[in-house]
Write a protein that binds this ligand. Structure first.
Ligand code: MN
Length: 326
């Protein structure tokens, strides 16, 4: 049995809750929305709510979820679906909804997913939106432009416009459909080419604090908690900064240490065979080979030392002289 057929076994569900990871990003929110629309079309007499922290969401994010019940009916959930989340800890305060549900489903594209559901749909592709597309296609669901636009938004944000992550034939199939049917330029402008002034100030700080090692193969930087406090910057203001740092010539591995509440979020990037996902996993985090992160309550100084140590180990063991060619 294909594991997509689980949808057919949900006919007894009365109250379904779809939960995204903490600090939900575009892919999480779009896949939550699209999955809900799909399930509504298939199931009768069912309530489907989304669970996510709306306080920290910017207005373009809220537009994804328009007219959708959020955080309602949280008691009495019989079926919980975690989406775009590699482990139960990343569901944050909503993890208890998941634990208490009779049926627990995990849908995710992170390689580090630890299969914490009864049913796990974990695929190695661009985004959770791509998995939702696959499920819709399997059921011959007619995809509206509103759904297609959201699937496309999830894909371009998770892949930084088709440059990182696991790009598949299907990724481009969705892009091809979207290019014919939705305003891809405005989706790009609204979700990717979209930086606040605070985000730019944090970028300036991160650039200022760059420490470069091994001729720039390793780059480590940080943002001071003091500045974050001063700017009243929310966590999603860090979006995209590390990718800018990792775009520096000759760079293989990048780390950006970002203040988060009273701890640090250690964000990692690795190019080609430089697998930083293993580092994140070792310290209790998750992600992909090329993009991963973990939380740390160590001091800034200790984290910098630890990361330099881990990056140096990978650099030595990988020992590849990468030369670009077509
Ligand atoms: Mn994702």
């Amino acid at each position: 049995m294909h594991n997509y057929e689980l949808i057919s076994s949900l006919t007894d569900a009365k109250n379904i809750c779809i939960i995204g990871h903490l600090n939900a990003d575009t892919d999480a929110l779009c896949s939550m929305y699209c999955l809900r629309e799909f399930l509504i079309s298939r199931l009768q007499n069912v309530n489907i709510v989304l669970a996510t922290d709306t306080d920290s969401l910017q207005s373009n994010y809220l537009a994804i979820l328009e007219n959708t019940p959020i955080n309602a009916l949280i008691d009495d959930i019989d079926t919980a679906i975690s989406i775009d989340c590699p482990n139960i800890g990343r569901l944050g305060k909503f993890s208890n909804i998941f634990t208490q549900a009779k049926t627990k489903i995990v849908i995710d594209h992170h390689q580090t997913n630890n299969y914490f559901g009864d049913i796990n749909i974990v695929e190695n592709n661009s985004s959770s939106c791509e998995i939702i597309y696959n499920i819709m296609k399997f059921y011959n669901y007619e995809i509206s432009n509103e759904i297609l636009g959201r699937l496309y938004a999830g894909i371009i944000t998770d892949t930084m416009n088709f440059t990182v992550g696991e790009l598949t034939d299907t990724t481009f199939e969705i892009a091809s459909l979207a290019s014919k049917r939705v305003d891809t330029q405005s989706i790009y402008d609204n979700f990717l080419n979209h930086h606040s002034a605070t985000n730019m100030k944090l970028l300036a700080e991160a650039i200022n604090n760059i420490k470069s090692f091994n001729d720039g193969k390793i780059i480590i930087s940080y943002i001071r908690p003091k500045l974050v406090k001063k700017l009243k910057a929310s966590f999603d203001e860090y979006t995209g900064i590390i990718n800018r740092l990792s775009s520096i010539q000759n760079n293989f591995m990048t780390c950006l240490i970002e203040p988060k509440d009273n701890i640090f979020y250690v964000s990692l990037r690795g190019k080609r065979s430089y697998n930083v996902g293993e580092i994140a996993k070792k310290y209790g985090g998750g992600g992909h080979a090329g993009a991963a992160a973990f939380d740390s309550n160590l001091s800034l100084k200790k984290i910098k030392k630890l990361i330099l140590n881990e990056f140096t180990k990978i650099l030595k063991s990988t020992n590849k002289n990468y030369k670009f060619k077509f």
